[in-house]
Design a protein around this ligand. Structure first.
Ligand code: ADP
Ligand code: ZN
Length: 694
């Protein structure tokens, strides 16, 4: 055959144009070819291109010899964006891996992982924006940071020293699981390991699960490592930042000016040219899992990134995920242990109060009320934990049994106490709000009563029992305003709060210095959840919240109210026995063939009618002709527990295999087919690899 000598046309300037293959953030598989100059658009650079009637920013991933579509249909690149260096190879590899592993189009991985202004056409075009966001940012002066006093670092105890040395001694990739009981001083271990890596001229990526934990770590990092890396050597990234701050942190990390990047899950995608160590604190935390769009696990990607970069990865927790514990048990990970608290205090004493034969007062046992009183008398703080925000989980009519229901979801609406006692009902699934009815909509009776208790009601009750006590509530409602969570936590740390009421937000990571007592309400509600991971999550949560007590001085005390004190989860908690709990639960998982002994992917379909969602899944579930089909089990489609949310009905189908490569091969072919089947049915669907909740 004749060789193809046509080549691209020279452009107006007479320079040879080439072909550019571009990844775009569109829900279509594949990449998109444009005509443009390869010398101006190296692989990894960003360009503005036309797409349909829109313009979009994309990432150049290849300079193909020929376009995939007929040449006369290939459109021209509209603008080159040289204001950032091309994204580096390591970033291209990682996004390609994530796209492959999580079965998403490459552009849907790449673009969302960049700061918004680097992927928004409007940031570059239009009168005021022609110079682009990076130039605008560089004209602004960076805010100087409040220099923090450097506190004298404690000298490490033997266990801490051994752990820090084991990390620092790593040459190349290795995953180390740091299992340290609550208050064992894991932070000091991270700081020492980080110090060694920074001194060797490498960068450190430090992941924390929650925005609320960044101030605590920022303070320690600034105080302890700023002398090594300079005030500008620390960059912070989380979703609560203004766009300019986020771009600034991203650029400094990417250009190597920031030596430590501290951030939440989204920072896992930030290029770090001299990466030397990755730390994932509270690695068990489900916040590392993104629950929409690209449903990735930042913890899992951290391990892949360490492998790709040839650097050690430290996963730290008092309650490691069973996946990580399993890998440490079989030798894939190294296990480092901190078995006692770092300060001269012991783990809190835990007491289960059997509430079956007790007369509770507003949800409180006499034991807990007495203990709170004694705690306050000792001038210590008390924490009351319950994982339910709002005033009461439901409003009920005492006459006919009517309960408040969301009209858009198969769920109750929650009673909330608004400003000035203007109460309202809110759906925690779709956000729907309604005023509280004056009378029962069903029978007209006016005897409507809140049923059960949420954080607001507990706060109110405590106020009545402990008059004069300063009470603070920390939950998603009380911290909606930007910065309010940080303010509330600062008040707790400063001793301006006597009783803290909170949801899981208060359970994580915080090093409270004056907290003597933790009371746990309503833990039972999680005992009988259907999700096979529920006991694991409950145990971790209880162990974590218990671990907030007695961290600096005194003897911490935990009181857990339950109707089921004999449950294995509670019995293990009583003994602070993570390892026993893990062994027992892993054995159950092995017997039932559940993760980590199997690998899963979850296909979810959403439609106006449940029947349409189920029909799509039924057709999707025919697996003939798929690779490795004999090693992958597809279960029957089932409706979700909360089947309708915001008038959309949902069903799901679980795929499972004991061999990860078999599942991956299957999923790659399967997701091709899902796109085709999805077009025939009017459903929205998504595939989630390694789902956390099924
Ligand atoms: P966790 O393991 O729960 O993350 P932290 O890192 O928050 O524990 O440490 C708990 C407390 O112990 C902190 O107040 C910390 O300053 C203190 N600490 C850590 N290491 C030492 C040490 N070697 N000597 C004395 N105190 C220490
Ligand atoms: Zn709703």
């Amino acid at each position: 055959p004749e060789p193809d000598c046509s080549g691209p046309e020279p452009d107006a300037a007479g320079t040879a144009a080439g072909w550019l293959r571009v990844a775009l953030d569109v829900p279509l598989r594949g990449l998109f070819d444009y005509r443009g100059r390869a010398d101006q658009a190296p692989v990894g650079s960003r360009v503005i291109v036309p797409f349909g009637s829109r313009k979009m920013i994309g990432v150049v991933v290849e300079h193909p010899l020929n376009p995939d579509t007929p040449e006369d249909q290939v459109r021209d690149v509209e603008q080159y964006l040289p204001d950032t260096a091309p994204l580096p190879d390591a970033w291209l590899r990682m996004t390609a891996f994530a796209a492959r592993y999580y079965q998403r189009p490459l552009g849907e991985v790449m673009l969302p992982s960049l700061p918004a202004s680097l992927r928004k056409v409007s940031a570059y075009q239009g009168k005021r924006s022609a110079e682009g966001p990076v130039a605008r940012l560089r004209k602004r002066k960076r805010k100087a940071q409040p220099v923090v006093q450097q506190d004298a670092p404690p000298s490490l105890n033997d266990e801490q020293r051994r752990a820090a040395e084991a990390i620092a001694a790593q040459q190349g990739f290795r995953t180390l699981l740091l299992h340290g009981v609550t208050g064992s001083g894991k932070t000091e271990v991270y700081l020492h390991a980080a110090n060694a890596v920074l001194a060797a001229g490498r960068q450190v990526l430090f992941l924390v699960p929650e925005i609320n934990l960044t101030p605590q770590f920022e303070q320690s990092l600034r105080a302890r490592l700023a002398p090594v890396v300079g005030e500008d050597g620390l960059a912070i990234l989380h979703s609560g930042l203004a766009e300019g701050e986020r771009l600034d942190a991203w650029l400094r990390a990417t250009e190597g000016k920031a030596r430590i990047l501290l951030g939440t899950r989204l920072s896992i995608f930030t290029p770090l040219p001299e990466l030397g160590l990755i730390i994932v604190d509270e690695e068990h935390d489900t916040s590392y899992k993104q629950q929409e769009g690209l449903r990735y696990s930042a913890r899992d990607l951290a391990v892949w990134r360490g492998y790709d970069a040839g650097v050690p990865v430290v996963l730290g927790s008092a309650t490691p995920s069973l996946e990580s514990w399993f890998r440490a048990s079989n030798g894939s990970y190294d296990l480092l242990r901190l078995t006692k608290r770092a300060r001269d205090v012991s783990l809190p004493g835990i007491r289960l109060v059997d509430t079956r034969r007790l007369q509770l007062q507003d949800g409180f046992s006499p034991h807990l009320l007495t203990a709170i009183g004694e705690c306050l008398a000792r001038k210590e703080q008390a924490l009351v934990f319950l994982n339910r925000r709002g005033y009461a989980p439901v409003l009920r009519c005492n006459s006919c049994g009517w309960v408040s229901q969301c009209p858009r979801c198969t769920a109750h609406t929650v009673l909330h106490r608004g400003k000035g006692y203007r109460n309202f009902l809110q759906c925690h699934h779709c956000g729907y709000q309604a005023p509280v009815p004056r009378a029962c909509p069903s029978c007209g009776d006016q005897d409507l009563k809140p049923m059960g208790r949420g954080t607001q009601r507990v706060e109110e009750v405590l106020g009545e029992y402990f008059q004069g006590a300063r009470i603070a509530r920390i939950d998603a409602d009380s911290t909606r305003r930007k910065g309010s969570a940080a303010e509330l936590f600062a008040q707790v740390h400063a001793g301006e709060v006597d009783i803290l009421v909170g949801t899981q937000m208060v359970a994580k990571g915080h090093d409270f210095s004056r907290l003597g007592l933790v009371g746990v309400l309503n833990a039972d509600s999680m005992l009988f959840a259907q999700d096979f991971r529920a006991p694991e999550r409950l145990f971790a949560q209880l162990m974590q919240v218990s671990g907030r007590a007695g961290r600096h001085a005194g003897q911490g005390q935990v009181i857990l109210q339950t109707d089921y004190p004999e449950q294995p989860v509670y019995q293990a908690l009583l003994r602070h026995d993570y390892e026993g709990f893990a062994r027992h639960t892993l054995q159950e998982r092995e017997e039932t063939g559940l993760p980590p002994y199997a690998h899963q992917a979850l296909l979810t379909a959403e439609a106006r009618e449940l029947s349409a969602a189920l029909a799509f899944l039924a057709q999707a579930g025919a697996q003939e002709g798929m690779p490795c089909a004999d090693r992958v089990t597809l279960y029957d489609p089932v409706p979700l527990r909360v089947v309708r949310v915001a008038n959309v009905e949902r069903a799901q189908l679980l795929a499972e295999s004991v061999e990860r490569p078999a599942l991956q091969a299957f999923l790659a072919a399967w997701s091709e087919r899902l796109h085709a089947v999805g077009r025939e049915h009017k459903v929205r669907w998504h595939l989630e690899v390694d789902p956390l909740e099924i």
